[in-house]
Design a protein around this ligand. Structure first.
Ligand SMILES: Nc1ncnc2c1ncn2[C@@H]1O[C@H](COP(=O)(O)OP(=O)(O)O)[C@@H](O)[C@H]1O
Ligand SMILES: [Mg+2]
Length: 222
């Protein structure tokens, strides 16, 4: 039986205040069933990254309600949001966002450390192996190619067994061939772990591989 893992009700977001306020998202209603995959597609500046950040608890909406895995995100403080992210959410960014002073292995271990998990090193190595990078465990991000860094960030994103994974243009900074590898790893890991996948892209071929496509334009879904 499927159930809703993410629900947005009349969500809006503006940046700044008063005369300088910019309305970026308007009247967003969206329900996502657990275990499905969904692509949010739209042109640059349409609000995709902003929307994903709200859904993942990286930022707060200015109106409406967002419920993630039964938890109402509105009104939570920073610590509470961080706890929700750590428990339920994985995130893959366009520009990888690995910690430069940590090795590949240590980057993958971060979510496991935050959760105080046992067998952290073995689990992280296992994940690096799944993305084909077990032999690069002691290398730093600066020693890895973009595609390799994104594979490390995939391993990190799945480390805390997230219920839902958000990926913002995960192949946007990669060449076609490397992007295709990252893409297939993303879908493979997602399928084998039963994670809900929400990705943002302007790549219609990538979007077509998900269960459902949601177009966004000028901060509105439609
Ligand atoms: N921190 C911010 N402050 C002010 N405006 C922002 C901020 N972040 C994004 N915006 C604006 O919000 C709009 C949507 O941005 P974004 O969500 O990054 O779009 P997309 O990911 O679809 O390219 C853009 O007009 C952008 O300039
Ligand atoms: Mg964006």
């Amino acid at each position: 039986m499927s159930s809703t893992i993410l629900a947005l009700k009349n969500v809006s977001k503006s940046y700044g205040r008063g005369a300088a306020a910019v309305q970026v998202l308007n009247d967003i209603d969206l329900k996502i069933e657990g275990g499905t995959s969904l692509a949010i597609v739209g042109p640059s500046g349409s609000g995709k990254t902003t929307l994903l950040g709200l859904c993942a608890g990286l930022d707060q909406s200015t109106g409406g309600e967002i419920t993630l895995n039964g938890v109402l995100l509105n009104g939570l403080n920073e610590d509470q949001l961080a706890a929700v992210r750590n428990e339920h959410v994985g995130f893959v960014f366009q520009n990888f966002q690995l910690l430069p002073t940590l090795t590949a292995l240590e980057n993958v271990m971060v979510p496991l450390e935050l959760r105080g998990m046992k067998n952290r090193k073995a689990n992280a190595l296992n994940l690096l192996d799944k993305v084909g990078l077990a032999d690069r465990a002691t290398h730093y991000p600066s020693q890895l190619s973009g595609g390799e860094q994104q594979r490390v960030s995939l391993a990190r994103a799945f480390a805390n067994n997230p219920k839902i994974l958000f990926a913002d243009e995960p192949t946007g900074n990669l060449d076609a061939e490397t992007g295709a590898l990252v893409e297939s790893l993303l879908f493979d890991l997602n399928r084998s772990s039963g994670t809900t996948l929400v990705l943002v892209t302007h790549d219609l071929d990538l979007a077509a591989k998900t269960d459902r496509i949601v177009p966004i334009k000028g901060g509105r879904i439609g």
